[in-house]
Design a protein around this ligand. Structure first.
Ligand SMILES: Cc1cc2nc3c(=O)[nH]c(=O)nc-3n(C[C@H](O)[C@H](O)[C@H](O)COP(=O)(O)OP(=O)(O)OC[C@H]3O[C@@H](n4cnc5c(N)ncnc54)[C@H](O)[C@@H]3O)c2cc1C
Length: 328
């Protein structure tokens, strides 16, 4: 758990409270686990697996830095292993900085190559999101985001409604503040496109573990920009909050232009260490012993509408597998 503010989402429970995987720590056997907080892992420590294994390397621990910059080592015990769960950006970053990745790319950064693994950081996907927000013509209850449909082409449709206080720009000048505020119901409909055709790759910005947020921040702020009260009376039947749908929605060119103009991320970026290319079906890093990846970087498809529950179950599935292997 590093100290830099990174973007981590959550899942809702039935009473609308959001949870992260960290909540599961409450169910852990406290005597069996040590959690280092404000710890940024900088490198995976590797050593030859055995004198007989040739150049094959094993993960033996990690080096991490604490909040005030002190370095620490966390070493695995006998038959233990290092499990990376640093996400679609953090995990390939850590592998690359530890010398596991495409040989020529590592060399271009002056990183000593421990193991040539050409697809580390490749096949990074980001599901596009398009959406509209409208002022609902009828009052709606406040509702958290929910799946409302899946189209034949595999797009997941989600909807939410918010009851928000509304201040007209004119009100403060011409109308005395009413005793009770005005409320509007804003309904948002958005789609997550499954399996985007294009993929990208992770490029290091430096050999430092520091978080370089430019790319995602730009994307995020651009998407929020779209949700300003801009085209208040746009469209025909709906009052859109943000960009209005094209008037002629059967015109493919206009619809495509709308999608291009309003596309943003749905924050479910994944890939970078996908199964079959960087890890095997047991999520072990190919060619390295005692090193596993258990997170969204292993996915080549972001499952369903929201991936977090599946990711937690992946953790459970691999955890049970490891326990069984150790008991053999
Ligand atoms: C704003 C936002 C909202 C979202 N909302 C939802 C939602 O409501 N429901 C849902 O299902 N999904 C949601 N998602 C998606 C979901 O959060 C992610 O898909 C999921 O968390 C990915 O899990 P992961 O384990 O791969 O990585 P992450 O959850 O990103 O976990 C990686 C962790 O590793 C840490 N880390 C990275 N590098 C290092 C390092 N070098 N040293 C130490 N620690 C490190 C990170 O800080 C992070 O805590 C949301 C995502 C975002 C960004």
């Amino acid at each position: 758990m590093p100290w830099e503010p990174r973007l981590v989402g959550s899942t809702f429970d039935s009473s609308g409270r959001r949870h992260t995987a960290a909540d599961l720590l409450g169910y852990a056997k406290a005597t069996n686990i040590r959690v280092a907080v404000h710890a940024s892992v900088e490198r995976i420590l590797l050593a030859p697996t055995s004198a007989l294994s040739g150049s094959k390397q094993s993960a033996i621990g990690v080096v991490y830095r604490d909040r005030i910059g002190r370095y620490h080592h966390a070493m695995v015990r006998e038959n233990g292993e290092v499990i990376l769960s640093a996400g679609a950006i953090g995990t390939p970053q850590l592998l690359l900085l530890s010398g596991i990745g495409p040989r020529s790319y590592l060399s271009s950064w002056g990183i000593p190559v421990v193991h040539h693994l050409p697809y580390v950081g490749q096949f990074l996907y980001d599901n596009p999101r398009n959406g509209i927000s409208i002022v609902s013509p009828i009052p709606l209850e406040h509702s958290l985001i929910q799946v409302v449909g899946i189209t034949n082409l595999g797009a997941y449709i989600e909807a939410a409604s918010n009851v928000i206080p509304f201040a007209s720009p004119a009100r403060s000048v011409f109308i005395r503040t009413p005793s009770s505020p005005l409320y509007l119901t804003v309904a948002t409909l958005m789609e997550k496109i499954i399996g985007p055709l294009s993929s990208g790759s992770l490029q290091l910005a430096s050999t430092d573990i520091k978080w370089h947020a430019q790319g995602w921040d730009v994307l995020r702020s651009r998407s929020m920009e779209e949700f300003k009260f801009r085209e208040w009376f746009g469209g025909q039947d709906f009052r859109f909050v943000g960009p209005a749908l094209p008037v002629n929605q059967s015109n493919d060119a206009q619809m495509a232009e709308f999608c291009h103009r309003t596309v943003s991320t749905i924050w479910h970026y994944h890939g970078g260490c996908i199964v079959g290319k960087v890890v095997d079906s047991d999520h072990q890093v190919l060619g390295i012993d005692a090193l596993r990846v258990v997170d969204g970087s292993t996915f080549n498809v972001s499952p369903g509408t929201n991936p977090q529950a599946t990711l937690m179950m992946l953790g459970r599935y691999i955890g049970i597998k490891i326990t069984k292997e150790r008991m053999r």
